[in-house]
Design a protein around this ligand. Structure first.
Ligand SMILES: *Cc1c(COP(=O)(O)O)cnc(C)c1O
Length: 399
């Protein structure tokens, strides 16, 4: 159809897009389940998964129906009013998360921003402890918690009083958390930072230090939430009780939406200290209600655990078989990473040529974030494509 219209979408984006994204030469026009189609009609197995926004799969019929129905009823309804969809979503979301309240917003960075502001408001303190390789978003507060120097340096000075400590190092956390610490913010698996899972003992230790020293514990589940790691939320693997939990990405089946769950230790928040126009909008709430129903009805968290085990088992010997190219295979559920000894970009390109779309996490980690509805047969295809690409690239390096 695109050719029939004679429109060059890539050229249009090149001419008019901001320029802050490095793009692949591929125009995606349609999705269903774990598949995407480009403008030429070619089908791909999707292991990008909307960068984590597509856990229930593309165009899930229940999410589509909820969006279509709500669009014809009410789109805009700021939180100066109550709303039916919002009330039902707040009930379901807090129940699923096991936390009392939630602030609703539109993206991950906003959910993190809310957590940081609430932590400062609730404690009257200003210091934030974050982790080396942690990623929490790109707005100024969230960026201050993000570690990657490439993202930070052009925008210095950032918000003051942020400290970054080595991940999985409890002694370093112990030294950094003081009576001035408003909050510690961590991911259970560092996603953008290279698919690095935390030790349960480390996370529990940090939580205990927060309790001991009057700081709040922010667990950023923007990428790990909603079934991705094999539990509804990744912190449930380790029995944690976050005080603040930013979520977004997959929360509303692909519609832009986010939330910051709020636990009891936060205490009472006051009107007017925070807010956003689109927060808790009925369209997003209806979509999120449908997406949560799908996650629960289709047991997608358990599916992620089973399929994640399959993939880990299937690819566990890569470091041995491709010793010169693969350093490590790691992850939790279907948040999957393969650390290479060289740059990942050529591998991603070669996979695309074989009909598999994958992500990077940093310069040398291949990251897979397939929709949780993906079939085991398609994951097997992905595994075979990775093996074929490593074989080809290995051979060309030797030649
Ligand atoms: C993606 C991500 C964010 C930022 O979410 P946006 O919706 O892109 O603003 C924050 N934290 C984590 C852990 C993420 O993976």
């Amino acid at each position: 159809m695109t050719e029939a219209l004679g429109i060059d979408y890539m050229a249009l984006e090149e001419a008019h897009s901001s320029g802050v994204y490095a793009k692949r030469a591929l125009t995606i026009v349609r999705g269903a389940g774990a598949y995407l189609w480009d403008s030429e009609g070619r089908r791909y197995i999707d292991c990008v998964g909307g960068q984590g926004a597509a856990n229930v799969g593309h165009a899930h019929p229940k999410v589509v129906a909820a969006i279509q129905a709500q669009a014809a009823i009410l789109l805009s309804c700021p939180e100066i009013f109550y709303n039916d969809q919002r009330a039902l979503l707040l009930q379901k979301l807090t129940q699923v998360a096991g936390m009392q309240r939630a602030f609703l917003c539109n993206s991950g960075a906003e959910a993190v921003e809310a957590a940081l502001k609430f932590a400062r408001f609730a404690t009257g303190r200003t210091h934030i402890v974050a982790a080396v390789r942690g990623f929490h978003g790109r707005t100024m507060g969230a960026l201050s918690a993000t570690w990657e120097p490439k993202y930070r340096e052009p925008f210095a000075p950032l918000v003051p009083n942020y400290t970054h400590v080595p991940y999985n190092d409890l002694a370093a956390a112990e030294a950094a958390i003081t009576e001035q610490t408003a909050a510690v913010i961590l991911e259970v698996v560092q996603g953008e930072g290279g698919v690095r899972p935390a030790d349960g003992d480390y996370l529990r230790g940090v939580q205990a230090l927060c309790h001991e020293r009057g700081a709040l514990f922010i667990v950023d589940e923007v990428q790990t939430g909603f079934g991705r790691t094999g539990r509804m939320f990744a912190h449930q693997h380790y029995g944690l009780t976050p005080d603040l939990m930013p979520v977004a990405k997959s929360i509303a089946g692909g519609i832009p939406f986010g939330a910051c769950l709020i636990g009891e230790r936060v205490g009472k928040l006051q009107p007017a200290i925070h807010g956003t126009t689109f927060g808790g909008n009925p369209l997003g709430c209806a979509a999120a209600l449908a997406a949560l129903d799908v996650l629960i009805e289709e047991n997608l968290a358990e599916r992620a655990a089973v399929l994640g085990d399959f993939l880990r088992e299937r690819l566990s010997d890569l470091p041995k078989r491709f010793r010169a190219q693969v350093r490590e295979v790691r992850g939790l559920g279907l948040l999957f990473g393969i650390e290479l000894r060289s740059k990942v970009a050529p591998v991603i390109k070669a996979l695309q040529n074989k009909g598999v779309l994958a992500l990077s996490a940093g310069l040398n980690v291949l990251r897979l974030l397939p929709p949780l509805v993906i079939s085991q047969a398609d994951l097997e295809q992905v595994a075979e494509a990775i093996e074929a690409v490593l074989t080809e690239l290995g051979a060309s390096e030797l030649a």
